[in-house]
Ligand binder design. Sequence first.
Ligand SMILES: Nc1nc2c(ncn2[C@@H]2O[C@H](COP(=O)(O)OP(=O)(O)OP(=O)(O)O)[C@@H](O)[C@H]2O)c(=O)[nH]1
Length: 384
Amino acid sequence: MNWRSNRPLGWQLGLGFTLLAGICAIATGVYLYQVREHLGSNYTAVVADVIRPQLHTVLLRSALEEFREHPQDSELIERFDNLLWRIPQHIEGVQFGLSKTSFTAADYEASLHRLERVRDKLPGLRQALGETAAGAPPDDLIQQGFAIENEMAQAYSRLSHLLHAEAAKQRIVMERLAFGIALLILVILLLVGCLMLVLVRLHHQHKKVLRLSLMDELTGLGNRRYMFNFTELLFEQSQRSGHPLSMALLDLDHFKRVNDDFGHPAGDQVLTVVAGALLSEVRKADVVARLGGEEFCVLMPETDTESAREVIERIRQRVESLSPQEFGVPVAVTVSLGLATVTRDDASFDHLYFRADQALYQAKIKGRNRVAVDGPMVQAPATP
Ligand SMILES: Nc1nc2c(ncn2[C@@H]2O[C@H](COP(=O)(O)OP(=O)(O)OP(=O)(O)O)[C@@H](O)[C@H]2O)c(=O)[nH]1
């Protein structure tokens, strides 16, 4: 397993995306700070304040045109008077609205100056209106009225341009902001995706490490730790249910000679072939492990001594029948096996293990290549 090379990958991915997300967050923050002034201004209200008086400018002009035809029309005089009354109110509204925006005074100073002049001229226009109403010719009224209308038209037109330019800027700001937020969301999604990927990989690696920590690398069988994972459980189950549990220990005979005569790699090959043979002779429910060196173990749940003895005898014969071709070296390999089955006297699994080991010892000292059961020998020594 390439455990070492995967660790930096997860670390780099995490760091890379955290940095990217951090940079995006900082950039968005700085940008938001910069555009805050634009977004904070209430331009919509000012636009209304400017458009309304622009309409009154038009009304003023058309009323003045009417005065040429009907100077003493009382309805016209009343309408005109009403317009004059509203002009200062609108000027105040515009002044107030502009003060709430982020415009600097320099942006709208000239326009406000014109509107101030309009306000100053209004009393004179009112007086001219009164004189016209009293029967005087409307020339003075029309002349003063057009002068005021001209000032107002220019002032509101400049303000209108200013607001249009600002609205265009605001639109760009909003577009960039939307883009920035979309980018940020994308980065966050990518970050989450990558983190999930890293977690999945770590989970797989964890499972792999766990599996390898329980596996014998040479033979692919479980190792000593793997076997001890089962022992307590199987032993307790057997004690509780009263069902038999048998344990066999298998040890290769004179294995040292194989190493000495043909080298360690040949010895490894012999161990691997024996492990395969061992595995092929047991049931799926049995637990097979290599305890270390040339020693193996088979745990057989729900198996009494007689049945277990048959199994391990079969294993012994199978190993004995393996050909030198299968080992890759000219050797005849035999194994000795010790068997023990759980009894009422076994206080722990260790005791069962001890008895199986004792039986194995018996098989060895009686001449090897044989099966020994904890207690009496069940198989005659094989021919030397
Ligand atoms: N090739 C190989 N040899 C191993 C491995 N583990 C242990 N051995 C060898 O197995 C041999 C065991 O030798 P001994 O304990 O004397 O046992 P034996 O030669 O089988 O003799 P008996 O068990 O008494 O029949 C030693 O030479 C160890 O070096 C392994 O993984 N690969």
